[in-house]
Write a protein that binds this ligand. Structure first.
Ligand code: ADP
Length: 389
């Protein structure tokens, strides 16, 4: 059984040829080779372009010269189309050299009209190669997809790693100090040379140290928990309502400090309600805590939409932060003050990490003695109606 007898596949053929008989011969040859061809013959650049754009072709056969339209023009049109259908030159009037030139320019093969019996074999081979190219392209797309997925995983891992490094550093660095206190006073107590008053005093230090260690460990736990996010898909939330909730939680401190709070209209953002309340609550609480002695806190919350995200600003007229600390205040347990301001340096680290988890950024602009503006961005919820639902 010859190859042609086994292969009865349909074949859609676009033929650019000005001699009708030649086109018929090609179709006949394809039929003889075992195909069931359906064909369209065109003779002008315009018709070729239209047919290529509108039809679904398995193969394109093109003559070298068709009156005013040339095979080379057809090849240019074909290349611009971005299609990958076998493109074969079938000509009678050119020498080998010109035909080779044609293939160099992008045609898949060429055939002389006086050897038309080879058409079936050439078409079969080119169709096979085109199919292989398709498989390769799909492979490249799949590799690209896998690469992107891998890249995302690497980023996630690297973020988790930084998080872990911060935790480890903070745990070892910040827990050491109260641990040293506890150890040294315990040793003094164990020596039993101290008076009862001194023993009471040492006992106090030890209790303070242990208490501080407990607070730090609670903080570490809270920070560590932020690496186990629920994975819930964040929905639009109305930042206006969330900021109001945060203010309610701080009513006592606001009244005690006689703070003035101004909240401008805030849009809906893609975030979860509770974490956003915590961010506002931390920033407002800090603005109250790090106030100047000479004026009641003046705290303003506003938002600006830019490039599909919302940039929030929480400003105060407090003690301010000198520029060299603008980055490190966001590190875990990093504090710029001693006991005069209570705290463990956890709030800003948590806020920044939370905002980053939801695709935003956080930073500060501040002048010592003048005040601070804490900025953070979040994706804008364009469908505000969804926020209400
Ligand atoms: P904490 O307040 O417990 O120390 P934070 O992480 O909230 O922890 O803040 C880290 C440090 O950043 C604070 O110790 C303080 O020095 C500084 N800081 C934070 N907010 C303000 C603010 N609004 N004005 C001045 N300094 C601030």
């Amino acid at each position: 059984m010859s190859e042609s007898e086994t292969d009865r596949s349909p074949l859609r053929v676009l033929i650019a040829e000005n001699v009708e008989d030649d086109a018929l011969l090609m179709v006949e040859e394809l039929r003889r080779a075992g195909y069931t061809p359906t064909s369209k013959r065109v003779q002008t650049a315009l018709d070729f372009n239209t047919a290529l754009a509108r039809g679904t072709w398995d193969i394109v056969l093109v003559d070298y010269m068709m009156g005013g339209f040339t095979g080379m023009q057809a090849l240019e049109i074909y290349k611009k189309s971005g299609l990958d259908i076998p493109f074969l030159l079938v000509s009678g009037s050119i020498g080998e050299e010109k035909a080779v030139e044609f293939v160099r320019s992008g045609a898949h093969d060429y055939l002389m009209k006086d050897r038309l019996s080879r058409l079936g074999g050439a078409v079969r081979r080119e169709l096979r190669e085109a199919a292989n190219r398709g498989v390769q392209r799909a492979g490249v797309v799949e590799i690209q997809r896998l690469n992107d997925a891998l890249q995302k995983q690497v980023e996630l891992l690297s973020r988790a790693n930084t998080h872990l490094e911060q935790l480890t550093f903070a745990a070892s660095h910040d827990l050491k100090e109260p641990l040293r206190t506890v150890t040294s006073y315990t040793q003094l107590l164990l020596k039993r040379r101290s008076s009862p008053d001194e023993q009471d005093e040492f006992g106090e230090y030890i209790r303070d140290g242990v208490e501080r260690m407990r607070t730090l460990i609670d903080g570490l736990e809270a920070f560590a928990r932020t690496s186990h996010w629920t994975g819930d898909i964040p929905r639009p939330v109305d930042a206006d309502a969330v900021a109001a909730d945060a203010v309610v939680l701080l009513t006592e401190a606001i009244e005690a400090t006689r703070a003035v709070l101004t909240i401008n209209p805030l849009p809906a953002v893609i975030m979860e309600r509770i974490p956003l309340i915590q961010v506002f609550q931390n920033l407002i609480a800090n603005a109250l805590k790090y106030r100047r002695g000479d004026a009641p806190p003046d705290i303003r919350i506003s938002a600006e939409e830019q490039h599909g995200e919302v940039r929030f600003a929480v400003s105060d007229n407090g003690i301010g932060i000198s520029p060299e600390h603008h980055d490190d205040i966001f590190l875990l347990f990093r504090r710029l003050h001693g006991v005069e301001y209570p705290g463990i340096g956890l709030g800003l680290a948590l806020c920044k990490r939370t905002v980053e988890h939801y695709g935003g950024r956080m930073w500060v602009a501040s002048d010592l003695g003048v005040g601070s503006i804490f900025y953070f961005t979040l994706p804008l919820a364009t469908n505000v109606a969804a926020a209400a639902s």
